[in-house]
Write a protein that binds this ligand. Structure first.
Ligand code: SAH
Length: 386
């Protein structure tokens, strides 16, 4: 088997599974893009099997510490394991992320389940080349009504892959009716803005909503309204959802109707909305998209967070709550917290931490692969009269 010899002190010696170009000492046997290769240390000791793509910054991603092919048996075994691990979690496995890339030993493969429908993403060349094999394994294990391929993630570009979305098995399932946390949602798995619901936030909806009774709520970057609708259901006095996308705003209105809830959905840039808003609120939720996908743009991202934090704090009634989230891996917990601290100082507010949030357990974090941790959130209460 062709492969790579890895330089000493590379991240793979610290439990990571990735190999960057700068960590390669030499290659042997002429490895080909998309192939399974073997990794060795500088003393010729095997480190395991990896998928290879010299076009990507991450040249190799290890998926096994042994010699292993990416064949049918492998996919059946790994997928079965990923599913059975989810079944032990306290969550509804009919609406969950069934397999999540590195965290499930399937680098670049993501599978979400929406009842009888599956949505699959292949974000690495090797997984993309094996779509048929994976579909076969999924059909054998889960007999889904449909499998939708949603390969429009910008991450594919880094692997030299074109965007492509299509139905790979069954009929186009759109629109799909779902139930999450006692709320009904309608989502478009093939045609929607994203692959369906934000599964990583499903737990946070209810936890944030537990603070909402009798409150005036503002849900910024609301997408299809997960937070806002949960707050309305929990007895909020009023709920305003703000999103820049008209598709998201129609989805909020549609979902509100489905649940017989009253929600005001506004199509606007949340930065502008927060700036010119003349009302005040008792609970403000900020769940923006990732402001940065790279370390380079971190400064801009932090300025973005600072601006929405400052403006939100100014719109909060005394003893109001601010629930704020960041889904960028580069913005770690400490950095995010320090951003809030700065905003509190600048607005002369005293904040009390009420709760912390993270990605739901069907998006498991591997401590040796820090990139698997990305979603973090805090809820603060403004201390009155201080
Ligand atoms: N809270 C949502 C997920 C938010 S995803 C949920 O749990 O479902 C981020 C959302 O922010 C997307 O819907 C996107 O359309 C919206 N968005 C991006 N930039 C925006 C901006 N400047 N102002 C308002 N919304 C924005």
């Amino acid at each position: 088997m062709a492969g790579l010899v890895i330089k000493p002190r590379s991240r793979i010696f610290h439990g990571h599974d990735w190999v960057y170009a700068s960590e390669i000492k030499k290659s042997f046997g002429n490895p080909q893009p998309g192939e399974v290769i073997s990794l060795k240390d500088f003393k010729d000791k095997p480190l395991g099997s990896a998928i290879y793509n010299p076009r990507s910054q991450i040249v190799a991603r290890r998926f096994s510490r042994r010699k292993q092919e990416l064949d049918r048996e492998f996919f059946l075994r790994r997928l079965k394991l990923a599913f059975s691990l989810r079944e032990r979690l306290p969550l509804d496995v009919s609406l969950c992320r069934l397999a999540w890339s590195e965290s499930d030993g399937l680098p670049g493969l993501i599978i979400d389940r929406y009842g009888p429908h599956l949505v699959m993403q292949t974000l690495t060349l090797a997984m993309d080349q094996r779509i048929e094999l994976i579909i076969e394994a999924l059909r054998e294990l889960l007999s889904p009504d449909s499998i939708v391929i949603r390969n429009d993630s910008p991450m594919r570009k880094a692997e030299g892959l074109e965007p492509a979305s299509f139905v790979a098995h069954g009929e186009n399932p759109d629109p799909v009716s779902l139930e999450a946390g006692g709320l009904r949602f309608e989502a478009n798995l093939l045609g929607g803005q994203k692959t369906g619901l934000y599964l990583d936030q499903l737990d946070s909806y209810e936890r944030v909503a537990s603070l909402a009774e009798g409150k005036r709520v503002l849900d910024c970057f609301s997408n299809q309204g997960g937070f806002g609708l949960a707050c309305a259901r929990a007895g909020a006095a009023s709920v305003t959802c703000v999103d820049i996308s008209s598709e998201a705003v129609s989805a909020v209105r549609n979902n509100a109707r489905l649940n017989s809830l009253e929600v005001d959905a506004v199509e606007a840039n949340a930065f502008d909305y927060l700036k010119s808003c003349e009302e005040t609120f008792d609970l403000i939720i900020l769940d923006p998209p990732s402001f940065t996908r790279s370390k380079k743009a971190l400064g801009d991202a932090m300025r973005g967070y600072k601006e929405i934090h400052l403006r939100a704090l100014k719109l909060l009634n005394h003893d109001g709550y601010l629930a704020t989230f960041s889904c960028s891996h580069h913005v770690n917990r400490e950095l995010f917290l320090s951003n809030l601290r700065d905003a509190a100082v600048d607005t002369r507010r005293t904040l009390r931490l009420v709760e912390s949030y993270c990605q739901r357990a069907d998006h498991p974090i591997l401590p040796t692969i820090p990139e698997t941790e990305y979603l973090k959130g805090f809820c603060f209460q403004l201390l009155p009269g201080r």
